[in-house]
Design a protein around this ligand. Sequence first.
Ligand code: NDP
Length: 488
Amino acid sequence: MSSHAEVEVFLSRKHGHLIDGAWLTAGERIEVVNPATGKSIASVAAGTAEDVDKAVRAARRAFEDASWSACSPSQRGRWLWTIADLIESHAEELAELEYLDNGKSRSVILKGDIPAAADVFRYFAGWATKIYGQTLAVSRPGTLHAYTVKEPVGVAGLITPWNFPLLMAVWKLAPALAAGCTCVLKPAEETPLTALRLAELVHEAGVPAGVVNVVTGYGHVVGAALAAHPGVDKVAFTGSTEVGKLILQAAAGNLKKLSLELGGKSPTIIFPDAKLPAAKQAAAMGIFFNAGQVCAAGSRLFVHRAVFDEVVDSVIASARAIRVAPGDDPQGQMGPLISAKHLQRVQGYVASGREEGARVAVGGQRLQREGYFFQPTVLLDTRREMRVTAEEIFGPVLVCGQFEDLDEVAREANDSIYGLSASVWTQDLNIAHTLARKLQAGSIRINTGGGLDPNLPFGGYKQSGWGREFGEEGLALYLQTKSVLIGA
Ligand code: NDP
């Protein structure tokens, strides 16, 4: 069957929750809407607290079952590797589902999201066989032998957002499975499709039933039930800081381990000695990529006074030139926002900026066509106390400010409740190192716009989150340490 035909068949199915290897389709439905058209393309089950309970029980049973708990690390690694292969062999199908569900460019998904998803599974496949404790010297040498072992935390609840639906599910599933946890995944209500298809591929790879369960539905029902469930040992969440705090409260009942990857208002800082062509391009891409729906988006631009006009004029020109179009347009550079509600939210922010005195240099309007398209937008004359400067908009809206010296820009860049990422452009090593030290953010990017790698920890300072995904730290989120002491 062609990938297009596979997608047609998949969309027409009555999707349910995947619990213990079986699909449960009963109950209310949620329409899945293509944000480029505003039209429904499929429906999924609206889960309940009872569905979550069934899924958590299945995950617990699977965690204790020898088919998972006694399988070798090498077997876990092989399963993860096979999932990566299946993601690649289903690349066209997954890309089509993702662009229909999320709106982003199909070719970007094929070139970016799909290879990255396979890479993350392969990276953590390697870790499955490299989980180790330590032998430790204790205070009575010769009489006591002490060592540590690393054990999986248990049942992990994984709650993911809509901006990179497949990748966010992969970022959590791969380390959880490498560590030996079993999972209940709750994808965002707007974008559940690739998570459902991924769960099928996980089973096709041979992972035993019940190890990965998926419950679709609303965050305040399914997400909240998962965060509060006493049978869940750990929750990994990516989304808004506001919901992160709700999860923290819900998790208090059984003191779940938590990892939270939350919002951002990340600065891009450009000095006059920077390689300006690359810096200008990165400043534009940093906010307009994925229509600004990126936790680490460079949504605050700080440019040295000497080159402010030149850089900002260039970003404005880029914003004007960007082709805003549906994800199947080969020339398209920016897709729609995720939903009508989110479009309203972004429009509301721009309106509040105008009311508070900001000047819209370019953009500021929705596109007069079907779907939830919004123009790339640059705001000037913004001040730090404005909502557009202080809050995460999560859309293609950039605020710009000037600075005179390093201390001033460090202070202003750090003047935020968030601390996810920061990007610095300069050829001066002293400035680069000084800012790398001074900036309060989990990721510092110097002379580069990108910077995600499965081996590089990623996460936030301040209210941008708890814990680091990726790397050994990302694996450790799903492990706990047991100390063993043996007397002579
Ligand atoms: P949310 O934080 O609400 O959603 C993220 C995930 O959490 C979704 O699966 C959501 O379910 C779920 N969820 C919602 N409420 C609860 C709850 N009470 N308990 C447990 N889980 C819950 O983000 P939104 O989609 O509402 O977007 C709002 C804003 O969040 C954006 O404008 C942006 O600022 C920020 N955001 C940040 C992201 C990041 O990567 N840092 C990603 C996405 C959003 P459901 O989809 O059903 O609501």
